[in-house]
Ligand binder design. Sequence first.
Ligand SMILES: [Zn+2]
Length: 83
Amino acid sequence: MGSKKYTPCPFCGSESSCWVKGGRYGRFTYVECDLCGARTKTFKYCGDEHAEVDWNDISVKKAWDAWKRRVNTEAETNAGEKH
Ligand SMILES: [Zn+2]
């Protein structure tokens, strides 16, 4: 189970979450909306494998940055999901 933090989704106004999850190749982080499913790519979590999640970690910031950029660039032209 991953840890997460909330922020409002600018697409639909629902809660979007920043996740930090553990996987076979270590921890990774991304931001995903709970309702509309919009999400960023994943970023490798740089923090210590066994330490508590540090929400100031650079990889978390990158995920939030990507989320904001996506919002700024795509919200105006295409709020739909891209594949
Ligand atoms: Zn949303």
